[in-house]
Ligand binder design. Structure first.
Ligand code: EPU
Length: 424
């Protein structure tokens, strides 16, 4: 899967035009796939994008003897977890993806125990699991960490009040899933408010769960005894993919139309782009982006939703590196999400880092060269920078990009960009 020989080549300087269709959100569909474990019946998800992270989860479910049928062309994903077996803690697939730790909540609900290899750190930070385990403890689940594993067990999951020290997306999702079939009510305070949390609750409720308040800071999960077979479910559009194309229009001084947007979910990105000078007009699920106007430098601080998304920080940094004036970007969500700064620097950007703050002094042009996708969104930022740079940008380690963007070169090519993939 990790084909290190593949590269994306971008020849910069072309104006973009036309329309692009946004896919279903990676960070919505991953927890939803995991949530099917709670309900041993046939479940259909629609419009599931072909992403490496999705394929890893599908393979994991197959390894656990679930029936999974995926049509990459229609995006129909049918899952039946009736024959689910317990997790092999040594599964290679678990180690492949941080999000697979979300399997813990539904596994505990189904078997009362789960042993899993400790999720490692990743390029953007150490990403601990203390908040997940603290939440589990409040539900009567004991856990132990040792020799690279986390082992958790319980006789019975019992609803309780849980306060999260930080509104972690993953912890909120894991606790929510563990609590669906619990005895009594669970209240999560200081819960993550991301739209993907709301979407997971929408899916769980479609199977008969009783969750209120998801998408806000206080979520109540009334435990139910059993779940029913849900109607086919379509998750929300990917707000980060939409944001990436909004920045693409801005960085290439172009006008494009983006199909598949939710104005509310995009608000933090929309507001910042407006401040920069990008004009976005939304009609229903369609957005027209005019990136041809003069741009201003801005200050940005990433925050949990509804703050500015950390998953848009590298892309917006690429844009600001070409925007006259000094912009200050503060990353408060992950402690090490500035790996792309060095790569942007190779292209000629002038960015200094001081702890969690990046000071971006806009330059008048970037020049293509060899760079690396140091993580998923950093990879997107390299494509964006490459679209605007003079000459050719060669992006390596693009397996990171394939984890979260489907058909990315094709989508950009359809907009008129000169971009293609090579095997070297
Ligand atoms: N954290 C803890 N303890 C925990 C859990 C998290 O200290 O038990 C810290 C993390 O170390 C991090 C911060 O809390 O500094 C935020 O982590 P969070 O748990 O909210 O993130 P996540 O669930 O691991 C999801 C997305 C990320 C996205 C973040 C923040 C999925 C599959 N992943 O990760 O997506 O950046 O929320 O919005 O939903 C991406 O798509 O590129 C991506 C990295």
């Amino acid at each position: 899967m990790e084909d290190n020989m593949e590269k994306i080549i971008v020849k910069g300087g072309r104006e973009l035009h036309g329309e692009v269709d946004i896919s279903i959100a990676k960070n919505s569909v991953l927890p939803i796939i995991v949530a099917t474990i709670l309900n041993p019946t046939e479940i259909t998800l629609n419009k599931v994008p072909v992403l490496e992270d999705v394929i890893v989860l599908i393979n994991l479910l197959r390894e656990l003897q679930c029936e999974v049928d995926f049509s990459p062309i229609t995006g129909e994903l049918r899952i039946n977890t009736s024959n689910l077996k317990e997790l092999d803690p040594n599964s290679e697939l678990i180690r492949k993806m941080r999000a697979s730790f979300l399997i813990m909540g539904p596994m505990l609900a189904r078997f009362g125990r789960c042993k899993i290899s400790m999720p490692g750190g990743c390029n953007i930070g150490s990403r601990p699991i203390d908040l997940h385990l603290k939440g589990f403890k409040n539900l009567g689940i004991e856990s132990e960490i040792g020799y690279g594993y986390v082992e958790a067990k319980t006789e019975r999951i019992v609803g309780n009040r849980i306060y999260l020290d930080f509104p972690s997306v993953g912890a909120t999702e894991n606790i929510m899933m563990a609590a669906v079939l619990a005895d009594g009510d669970t209240i999560i305070e200081n819960a993550a408010e991301e739209p993907e949390i709301w979407d997971l609750a929408r899916f769980l409720n479609s199977m008969g769960a009783k969750i209120e308040g998801a998408g806000y800071g206080k979520i109540t999960i009334h435990g139910v005894n059993e779940l029913k077979r849900p109607k086919p479910f379509t998750p929300i559009f990917d707000r980060i993919e939409a944001g990436t194309f909004m920045v693409a229009a801005a960085i290439t001084n172009s006008k494009i139309t983006i199909n598949g947007v939710n104005e509310e979910h995009l608000m933090p990105t929309l507001e910042k782009l407006k401040e920069i000078g990008v004009q976005c007009t939304i009609t229903g699920e369609k957005m027209f982006v005019d990136g041809t106007l003069r741009k201003n430098s801005v200050d940005i601080k990433t925050m949990p939703y509804p703050g500015f998304p950390t998953d848009m920080q590298p892309q917006i940094m690429a844009l600001l590196s070409l925007t006259k004036g000094v912009s200050v970007i503060t990353e408060t969500v992950f402690e090490n999400r500035f790996m792309h700064v060095g790569e942007l620097g190779r292209l000629g950007a002038n960015i200094k880092i001081d702890g969690r703050v990046a000071i971006v002094d806009g330059v008048s042009n970037l020049t293509g060269c060899e760079v690396k996708a140091t993580d998923l969104r950093a990879g997107a930022a390299m494509i964006l920078a490459g679209l605007a740079a003079n000459g050719q940008t060669e992006i390596g380690d693009i397996y990171h990009i394939d984890r979260g963007y489907t058909n990315i070169e094709e989508k950009f090519r359809n907009l008129g960009a000169d971009i293609y993939r090579v095997h070297r």
